[in-house]
Design a protein around this ligand. Structure first.
Ligand code: 2P0
Length: 326
């Protein structure tokens, strides 16, 4: 009735930006990401306790945070036959908010794997990915390691909208992602609200969704042949296009800071000098640099030269794993 799982966050190279179904968290387009080690979230779920309890990083969760977790646990209860009783969930990340990466993706992936095990359900990456998706869309891509593709799916109930692993973490061990923390302020518009606003008001939205869909198989082909330059170029143009559709919303949505553009400009100059480093950018000001093991120190140095207050170096991470079962 109790299980603990550990999962890593992921960074999208082809981004998810916009839902066709808000309640089920179904995206308009497919996306593709890399799971990141060593950052992780560890989550314990125990059924059959006296009342529902949700604890995130040492604090009792309230409001919509608590509701999202309880809804996921309710789905597991229903699948297991409904007689598991109230649940206690305790989740803790080993990376601070200043790491610039949301812990919700790793958190809901760990929750999905732990809750299914605690309920006695069989290990099933597809079912865990669907469950994680209902908590936070990008979480469906953290159930497995390496490069994962979240297929948008076609069904109205979301049963075919989950992530599949395209290459595991051993496929391209020299690949490095360097998170450049330029600004630690909490962003004004959360991803969930920003993507809805973009879908509702950006005239570029349809073009974004169409383009992202065709970039996913191109990214898979590039990763297959481990072409860093081609992957860097694809990641940059996809990040620019996601931000462009947000810039075109009404009122406009801009997640970049002036020093985000400064760093991007600096990367271009460094590439002319032969340093293989590219960026991707989520819904925030902090770029993630894409490079190889031979250039991660150089990538960190250039991030710091552009004002990074902190830098986190990451390597391809593995599957969400069960730590213990009682
Ligand atoms: C991604 N992002 O693909 C994109 C790129 C942010 C920019 O997934 O509403 O926290 O919980 O499904 O997953 C962030 O959005 O949003 C995100 P919900 P989520 O990684």
């Amino acid at each position: 009735m109790k299980a603990t799982a550990l999962a890593h966050p992921n960074i999208a190279l082809v981004k998810y930006w916009g839902k066709r179904d808000e309640a089920l968290i179904l995206p308009h387009q497919s996306s593709l990401s890399l799971t990141l080690s060593p950052l992780s979230v560890t989550t314990t779920v125990e059924f059959g306790v006296s009342s529902d309890q949700v604890e995130l990083n040492g604090h009792t969760a309230k409001g919509s945070e608590r509701e999202r977790v309880l809804r996921a646990l309710e789905t597991v209860r229903a699948e297991a036959g409904g007689k598991l009783g109230p649940a206690r969930m305790v989740s803790r990340g080993d990376f601070p908010a200043s790491a610039g990466l949301a812990s919700s993706a790793a958190g809901f992936a760990a929750l999905a794997v732990a809750a299914r095990a605690a309920a006695g359900l069989p290990a099933d990456p597809k079912a865990a990915s669907v469950l994680a998706r209902r908590g936070s869309g990008s979480a469906c891509r953290s159930v497995q390691g390496g490069f994962c593709e979240w297929r948008r799916g076609e069904r109205a109930d979301g049963a075919d909208s989950y992530a599949v692993q395209r290459f595991d973490e051993k496929h391209w061990p020299e690949l490095r992602m360097v998170v450049a923390i330029l600004n630690r302020d909490e962003k004004e518009v959360k991803s969930r609200d920003g993507m809805k606003h973009t879908v509702d008001t950006s005239p570029y939205y349809e073009a974004w969704a169409r383009d992202a869909e065709v970039e996913v198989p191109r990214a898979v082909e590039i990763i297959q042949r481990k072409d860093l330059e081609a992957l860097g170029e694809l990641s940059e143009r996809n990040a620019w296009r996601m931000h462009a559709t947000a810039f075109a919303a009404n009122p406009p949505l801009c997640y970049m800071h002036p020093n985000t553009l400064g760093l991007i400009q600096h990367l271009r100059e460094q590439r002319k000098k032969g340093i293989p480093v590219w960026f991707t950018l989520d819904a925030g000001p902090n770029p993630v640099l894409l490079t190889d093991a031979a250039h991660e120190v150089a990538a960190e140095a250039l991030a710091r030269a552009c004002g990074a207050v902190d830098v986190v170096r990451c390597v391809p991470g593995g599957d969400a794993t069960l730590k213990s079962e009682h």
